[in-house]
Design a protein around this ligand. Sequence first.
Ligand code: MRU
Length: 345
Amino acid sequence: MNLKTMTLEWTGDSLILVDQRKLPHVVEYVECRDYREVARAIKEMIVRGAPAIGAVAAFGFVLGARQFSHLKNEEFIESMGLVYKTLASTRPTAVNLFWALERMNRKIQQCIYDERLLWILEEEAVRIAKEDIETNKAIGKYGQTLLKDGDTVLTHCNAGALATVDYGTAVGVIRAAVENGKRIRVYVDETRPYLQGARLTAWELVQLGVETILITDNMAGWVMKQGKVDAVIVGADRIAANGDVANKIGTYSVAVLADRNGIPFYVAAPTSTIDIRIKDGTQIPIEERSHEEVTHIDGKRIAAQGVKVYNPAFDVTEHNLVSAIITEKGILKDPYIENIKKLFP
Ligand code: MRU
């Protein structure tokens, strides 16, 4: 079994990832041959973006199972517990990671005595990856109905092909609109401190031939106030049962600005990003990242020595600021609690 997209290639023996830390300067690849290398790739941001992390972790699980396949049932299950823990401890906020690992783990529980277990696990990981592409195309199909010919969209961070297995969620909506013949222009927030917008989203959109205007994050409000934005579309890392949305730091500010300026604020995400076990956004764990991401740009220090730093990687936007959540099953609107519940009977 193999699969190749912009983000990843499963060769059947190893997982090859485009090194997202190096984009857009160079397109380099990193090959992961065991589950620890996959965990390192997620932790070190070689791959990032909620759905991409989930799919990559599933392949890491397959590599772990192969590594421990010589062990007897109980020892095998114990070792797979370690594989699960190692992959799950890489990044805390995006729920797709845990969703994919739980899905893989269920296969072990169901098929532990099946001699085809390794093949079943590989098949499940490939299925997760392929489903992600289909899911994103469905999100695009629904989401593009919210955009008109000539609209200008503002997006934050990278919710494009690179953040998923392919096609993207927020960028997928833009792509689908363009594929439907609509002329769409996009303002891309650079997304400090990690610059996913400037480095990744702008790179993807320019390659797609979409008119792309890069702005620094603090310009978003003024651009909106000048009437230059018709809709904001972002992705999500975790959505609580009440519709509160965790996404890249800065998303909350963009949502408040959109509200203030009467601009719809849409979240495009697969239902695997919805965590119904979490009542509201206050319970979503927010990753804090290294101080260097704030004090340095491209390896060069820009801040005074001795300064303190706070670097939360995500924030939470309350559901009352969200105009709609675009999923592969349709467009959800308020009341989110009821409408999300209907998706998880
Ligand atoms: O820290 P990152 O780059 O993994 O954060 C990514 C985001 O916040 C994306 O907006 C989110 O994962 C949605 S991706 C379809």
